[in-house]
Write a protein that binds this ligand. Structure first.
Ligand SMILES: [Fe+2]
Ligand SMILES: [Fe+2]
Length: 462
């Protein structure tokens, strides 16, 4: 049992200037400034259940864990650290390190305990592993003989899951941007988690991973590095390219997914789970990124720079093969039944994170694109809502952060006018006096004053 995170550590952490919200929606040229929002009670002793996966507490835990892992990476603003050198010093400084060390074990248990309790199939031998893996990738729509760009198949008609939800969303551009924002969480630092498993000695499998890594880093050529191609893609659809410019708009599931890979590579007991997870993902990426390219071209036409998705549709056919044959099966052959269950567990846990991530993202774009409807619903429900709630007054320039609620809430503007930011859009939803928005549990949003003074009441739905 790990020591729990104490209330005083959590409060102290949330009060540090780099973690306190500022007035801005988007954090530019400062990868150290990461508004936490309302930190609440330090109750992280028990692992989050699936019902708590999208809770506000898990959002806060996931934001902190992201900071924990990224304080072990080098992050510098493109145009120089000078203007934010004080924040750099604090982010990498001894106070933050001490608090991270104190909170990390219980936050990891809280966040990843859900995955660790999943049941895994009884796969033990190399042959069983091979059959299991191929069955899983086939089931995920990426069979061994798949060609991501078969011209005989109408690519847009074949989209499924989140990619289909985006093209069918009433606001497809905002939905597509929100999707790339979630990817930007680790797309702008692509393969940094992988870098955590390059050091040490573990035979030919280590060299295999290194080959994949050098591709991800464009063989040392900056313009070919995957994260550089990623920047080209996001800027082509009008998004900022600074690391964590959209910190306020990362969904809980996206943070948890990116954190998982850092968790496994910074806690080396997780190395076999990581290798299972990375083999599974690299295999799925070829088809997944071909579909993302199709989605971007469908939504934005020629405006979208799809070199990033095109590159992955191509190279990850190789990375999928390499990691499957030489990393996953290589480790299974060398280390045998002692490690096969953990290789499998990495796949099981990744699948679950993908499932939870898709559900969270699709729920967010469905809600964010129907705020008018949710305002009509909320205003109708307002008369029957419970009286207990919180009332706040917002003024222009107040600190901005985003949050989720653990149950359905009614956000009522009782005076003035407020803007609702449910995704990164140029046209946020406006709520006038007397209007009430229904915010379902787990939906991410932030409020800003759209008048000199906005009075807002937040009440539970009865
Ligand atoms: Fe890549
Ligand atoms: Fe790859």
């Amino acid at each position: 049992m790990t020591d729990p995170t104490t209330q005083s550590d959590l409060d102290e952490y949330g009060a540090l200037p780099i973690f306190r919200p500022g007035p801005e929606l988007y954090v530019e040229a400062n990868p150290y400034r990461r508004p936490l929002g309302e930190t609440g009670k330090a109750e992280f002793a028990e692992p989050a259940t699936e019902a708590e996966f999208l809770s506000h507490r898990h959002l806060i835990a996931s934001r902190i864990l992201c900071n924990v892992y990224e304080s072990e990476m080098v992050l510098l603003p493109e145009d120089g650290v000078g203007p934010v050198k004080g924040d750099f010093d604090q982010f990498y400084g001894p106070e933050v390190r001490r608090l991270h060390d104190a909170m990390r074990p219980s936050l990891e248990r809280y966040s990843f305990g859900l995955l660790e309790r999943l049941e895994a199939p009884p796969v033990r031998t190399v042959e069983e592993l091979e059959a299991y893996f191929l069955g899983e990738v086939e089931g995920a729509g990426a069979p061994p003989d798949a060609s991501g760009n078969n011209p005989a198949v109408d690519a847009a008609a074949r989209l499924t899951g989140s990619m289909r939800a985006i093209v069918e969303c009433p606001e497809p551009e905002d939905a597509a941007r929100l999707n790339l924002i979630q990817l930007a969480l680790d797309g702008l630092t692509e393969a940094s988690a992988m870098a955590g498993n390059l050091a040490g000695f573990y035979g030919p499998e280590q060299s295999e991973l290194f080959k994949v890594f050098t591709d991800e880093f464009g063989y040392g050529v900056y313009r070919a590095k995957h994260s550089t191609l990623f920047r080209g893609m996001v800027s082509s659809i009008g998004l900022r390219t600074d690391v964590h410019a959209y910190w306020n708009f990362y969904l809980t599931s996206s943070l948890a997914g990116a954190n998982y890979f850092n968790y496994l590579t910074k806690n080396h007991r997780g190395v076999f789970r990581y290798m299972g997870a990375v083999s599974y993902l690299e295999w799925l990426f070829a088809q997944g990124f071909a579909d993302m390219g199709t989605m971007l071209r469908t939504v934005f036409g020629d405006r979208a720079d799809t070199r990033y998705t095109d590159e992955h549709a191509h190279i990850d056919i190789h990375h999928g093969r390499m990691t499957f044959e030489n990393l996953l099966l290589g480790l299974a052959r060398r280390h045998g039944e002692a490690v096969v269950p953990e290789l499998v567990r990495g796949i099981v846990e990744t699948k679950e994170l993908l499932r939870l991530g898709d559900a969270d993202f699709q729920a967010q774009i469905a809600w964010a694109s129907s705020l008018d409807e949710h305002t009509r619903l909320g205003t109708k429900l307002a008369s029957s809502a419970a009286d207990d709630g919180t009332a706040t007054v917002l003024k222009p320039g107040d600190p901005f952060s985003t949050r989720v609620h653990d149950g359905d809430r009614l956000v009522e503007v009782t005076g003035g006018e407020a803007e609702v930011h449910a995704w990164a859009t140029d046209t946020p939803h406006r709520l006038g006096a007397g209007e009430t928005l229904l915010v379902p549990a787990g939906r991410l949003y932030g409020l800003r004053a759209a008048a000199p003074r906005a009075e807002v009441a937040v009440r539970p739905v009865r």
